[in-house]
Design a protein around this ligand. Structure first.
Ligand code: ADP
Length: 394
């Protein structure tokens, strides 16, 4: 069997994993451990169309990694083919501008940025330490969501707050979904080589959603900020709003600012407006049955996405390509059409027949559009596997 890479994505209460071979092109195994630390945790393995779920008595991240090791030990051809492990890391602060081989100094560096991603960073570190212990001798690589945006200029990444706060505490825009944007830039260059010299706008629309402008292959602006709360309206996150609201909500509800922030992170966005669901597909089904609040939530989502696309585009010389990706971007023709409806003034138009297709890589602009409009499914696992392969071969 050719060399393979285990990709680990440790979230606060879940751990997604995959084993990729053939330079990341084939998926040998994928799975998820969920409800970690919550109770009744399971690990689900998916291989060759078959699913197998195992109950995790000790629902910790470490026991999930141990269960993956055990499962692989029963399939020695896969285990023996593992040459590296790649870990997705949400926040790399200003320390990490590219993927790195993991050693203790890297783990310490991730711990130093943990205040910006308090739910994710501790889980990443537990996952890394468990993988180092359980897969001794296999090199491990950290791939950061923030790294791609380290090319932003100071004018773009600074917040207009006292400079002292940036100097002392590194309060600035970092941006996220960087691994997805890097994949999209690379994939678009395969489909349209000239794009590497052109202006590219990308909307990564999933439960978390953001926009990015890519100039000559480098991120020049992005909508998320110091945390993934800034920018677009999302599944449960409000996106950008007047920061005074935080205090108003806390005072009005008699709660702390942390609890008010929790409302903005967990109870807002599509869920907050629809009072039904954070899930785009559920809202589209409700809208089709006449639910007006579901339609309002979806339309607000689309309008705000369009606004951010335009604002992110100000760092480009021209908008040559607009790419939709992420679960909503790849699948929702309603949202894509509603966004492009808002972008007519920028000569962006889509063909409604092409837009009604979904899930495949294709361009959907109409003849009069001055911008090529693409649907490109993202593949963050592939980027993590490729970075891991490149670093371990160096
Ligand atoms: P995450 O940020 O969790 O990775 P995803 O990229 O998986 O999110 O996107 C999840 C979103 O994609 C959900 O809102 C889901 O409803 C939406 N989605 C997936 N398939 C469809 C579909 N066929 N039509 C509309 N929305 C869809």
């Amino acid at each position: 069997m050719s060399e393979s890479i285990l990709v680990i994505n440790c979230g606060s209460s879940s751990l997604k994993f995959a084993v990729l071979s053939d330079e990341g092109q084939s998926i040998l195994l994928e799975g998820i451990a969920d409800r970690l630390g919550v109770g009744n945790s399971t690990v689900t393995f998916k291989k060759d169309g078959n699913k197998e779920s195992i109950h995790l008595a000790d629902g910790s991240h470490k026991s999930a990694v141990a269960e993956i090791k055990k499962w692989l030990s029963q399939r020695p051809t896969i285990l023996d083919s593992l040459t590296g492990i790649g870990h997705r890391v949400v926040h790399g602060g200003e320390t990490f501008s590219k993927s790195v081989l993991i050693d203790q100094s890297v783990i310490d560096g991730i711990a130093e940025c943990a205040n910006f991603a308090p739910l994710h960073s501790p889980a990443h570190i537990i996952g890394m330490n468990a993988a180092i212990e359980l897969f001794p001798g296999i090199p491990q690589v950290a791939v950061f969501d923030t790294a791609f945006h380290q090319t932003l200029s100071q004018e773009q990444y600074l917040y207009p707050i006292p400079m002292e706060l940036y100097r002392q505490h590194h309060f600035r825009k970092y941006g996220f979904h960087g691994t997805s944007y890097r994949y999209i830039s690379r994939r678009l260059a395969e489909l349209h080589p000239k794009s590497l010299e052109q202006g590219v706008l990308v909307a990564h629309l999933g439960n978390g959603a953001s926009t990015c402008s890519i100039h000559k292959g480098k991120s020049s602006d992005t909508s998320m900020g110091i945390t993934p709360l800034e920018g677009l309206m999302m599944g449960t996150r409000c996106g950008s709003l007047d920061p005074s609201l935080l205090t108003f909500i806390a005072q009005a509800q008699g709660i702390s600012s942390e609890e008010a922030l929790d409302i903005l992170n967990q109870k807002s966005g599509l869920l907050g407006i629809s009072e039904l669901s954070n899930d785009c597909r559920t809202l589209e089904e409700a809208m089709a049955l006449g639910n007006k609040q579901a339609k309002l939530a979806l339309d607000m989502f689309a309008i705000r996405t369009a606004k951010y696309l335009v604002s992110t585009a100000t760092t480009l010389n021209s908008i040559d390509h607009l790419v939709f990706t992420g679960g909503i971007g790849e699948n929702s023709s309603y949202i894509r059409a509603a966004i492009c409806q808002q972008l007519k003034a920028f000569n962006i138009h889509i063909d409604s027949d092409k837009n009604s297709l979904r899930g495949a890589t294709m361009s959907i602009e109409s003849k009069k559009s001055q911008t090529k409009v693409w649907i490109i499914p993202t593949n963050e696992e592939l980027m993590i596997a490729l970075d891991t392969i490149n670093l371990i071969r160096q």
